[in-house]
Design a protein around this ligand. Sequence first.
Ligand code: SAM
Length: 209
Amino acid sequence: MNQAQYIRTLFAREDEVLRSIEGGLADRGMPRISVPPETGKTLYLLAKMSGARDILEIGALGGYSTIWLARALPKDGRLISLELKEEHAAFARENADRAGVGQQVEFRVGDASELLNALENEGVSFDFIFIDADKERYADYLERSIRLARPGAVITADNVLRGGRVCDESDRTPSTVAIRRFNEGLSRDSRLESMLLPVGDGLAVARVR
Ligand code: SAM
């Protein structure tokens, strides 16, 4: 058993619905790139500890992280998840319903940039945001997230260590370069207090001042 499996076994056990999502993605030919259970549990705990009532997720896929996050909500809380692909959102909706959180979750389909514009126009705000979509636009999603965040809100983002590739300066692939830019911006941003946690593929955690 490796370190991640050890942590999963003790602290991040999945129920039947969460366990089924990986196979469901494979059956549908969808990418199997949900967060791992330990990242799901970390998101759940952070959302719960921060008392989040309104959560925003950017990138739903099959709803795996959506379910972990929605389970941290109080009964009157809600989660809006933005997803580019209708087929991903449909599968995520099915899984959220099966997990018993469907009533609290709204999936919006389209390009996150446009959907974020719409949210700003609606005048809504959030106290927990999870960024997990196209890496090249992470820096932009962070800027938009700050605009949508209430004071004291928590902003998180997945894949910020890229399996360690962010530390390898010779890696110039666009997604790694984009994540490096995101991390550097996050570290310098005086509107935030931030940290990168080496959980899963790296989880950025920031608190809006
Ligand atoms: N958060 C999910 C989980 O852990 O269960 C995994 C999300 S997966 C890494 C990224 C998702 O973002 C994919 O479903 C993809 O279709 C979606 N996506 C990619 N580009 C997007 C965009 N421009 N707007 C909205 N969603 C996008």
